[in-house]
Ligand binder design. Structure first.
Ligand SMILES: [Zn+2]
Length: 391
């Protein structure tokens, strides 16, 4: 069933966003789906929801399939650092350790954020909740108590947590309001809750994922929290970084006496037509990138893709002509993975390019200039596509 009501404001009028490809999309775990993205923007509040396709979260995707997110080449190195950075960010707005004795990480994955926060709060009890069987097993091996399942079908003790945190989960759930309401019941009287998710006011890679049901403008997240009775205490957006999508962080509580730290609502007020245009431009870029890459592949050349992770899976899904031409993916370090989305994965140093062979940079746009410079001694034909991504 496709949910047609905006989960933030209840309106039912949507404007369809362009699909980067008419036949397929891709998940954060690098699974290619044989369906378009099907996302739309709410005409009343600017919230983005998958309105034209049934959401993947209604299947057992998270229980059965999501662990592959963690199994891609280099994921451990890259994402573990990312979660430690998120915890660092989160922690800088929290009370001292003494007031956060019992904590829970909702959607804890393999426990990366919990490991990072355990270093800051060594005396606290830290628990987690996670739907993926495989991830639960790994997080438990690290010594954490983990509830297995989704929030809606798991019995977690209500009213008992001093800190509830959930990083990059709310955009993946079936019902964002119900999810926040369930989290609200877990909080102790003076407890605080921290939600982080992509910042939907700055179009970025998150809007390309088929398993991200929503994109939240800062005002959307705030409204959702306040409508269900949270006191919103603090909001901030992360700085730009070449490797990470722009994120937002919201701190809230049930305790009405809590002091507001910083909520600049004027800065969050974004014209909806502007944000629609930016999102539409971003999503439309991939058709152009596909064409551009095809124009830069000479007849008979071998085509190598530098990288085998997030951005490469985006190219595989949304630039399918290019992907068909690709011979292999090249990586810096041996990660034990020999295939990525059907292509061989080879060590960069093991390849000697032929005269016509092409190296396409398959990493994030922010890294492409540097890589091009670094690799140009060995390769005559290097293709970057960062100029197509404007935001
Ligand atoms: Zn709305």
């Amino acid at each position: 069933m496709v949910i047609n009501e905006c989960q933030v404001c209840g309106a039912t009028e949507w404007t369809a966003l362009p699909d980067p490809n008419k036949h397929q999309s891709v998940t954060t775990a690098s699974r290619i789906l044989n369906e378009p993205l099907g996302k739309s923007q709410c005409n009343s509040c600017g919230f983005v929801q998958r309105t034209r396709i049934e959401f993947l979260g209604l299947t057992d995707y998270y229980e059965q399939d999501y662990a592959t997110y963690y199994e891609r080449p280099g994921t451990d190195l890259f994402h573990k650092k990312r979660y430690a950075a998120i915890v660092d960010w989160m922690k800088s707005y929290l009370d001292p350790a003494s007031s956060l004795k019992k904590q829970i990480d909702i959607g804890c994955g393999q426990g990366w954020a919990m490991e990072a926060i355990r270093e800051y709060y060594p005396g606290s009890v830290i628990e987690g909740l996670e739907p993926s069987h495989y991830n639960v097993k790994i997080a438990r091996e690290k010594g954490f108590r983990i509830y297995e399942g989704k929030m809606e079908d798991t019995e977690v003790e209500s009213g008992s947590y001093d800190l509830v945190f959930s990083n990059n989960v709310i955009q993946h759930v079936n019902n964002a309001k119900a999810f926040l309401l369930q989290l609200k019941t877990l909080l102790a009287d003076d407890g605080v809750m921290v939600i982080t998710c992509p910042d939907g006011s700055r179009p970025n890679i998150e809007i390309l994922w088929g398993d991200q049901n929503f994109s939240f403008l800062p005002m959307n997240l705030l409204k959702l929290a306040e409508d269900i009775g949270f006191k919103t205490v603090f909001w901030t957006s992360s700085a730009d970084s070449p490797s990470l999508p722009p994120a937002q962080l919201l701190l809230m509580t049930n305790n009405k006496n809590y002091e507001h730290l910083h909520l600049n609502r004027d800065a969050m007020d974004i014209p909806l037509a502007d944000i629609f245009r930016k999102r539409a431009d971003y999503l439309s870029s991939f058709e152009k990138i596909n064409e551009y890459l095809m124009q830069h592949i000479p007849e008979g050349a071998k085509v190598y893709n530098f990288g085998a992770s997030y951005w490469t899976s985006v190219l595989a899904a949304y630039c399918p002509d290019y992907w068909k031409k690709t011979t292999a993916c090249l990586v810096d370090e041996d990660t034990g993975n020999s295939k990525f989305l059907g292509k061989d994965v080879q060590l960069y140093n093991s390849i000697t390019p032929g005269e016509n062979d092409v190296l396409v940079i398959g990493t994030g746009p922010g890294w492409q200039k540097n890589l091009q410079e670094k690799l140009s001694g060995k390769w005559k034909n290097i293709v970057t596509w960062d100029s197509f991504i404007n935001y």
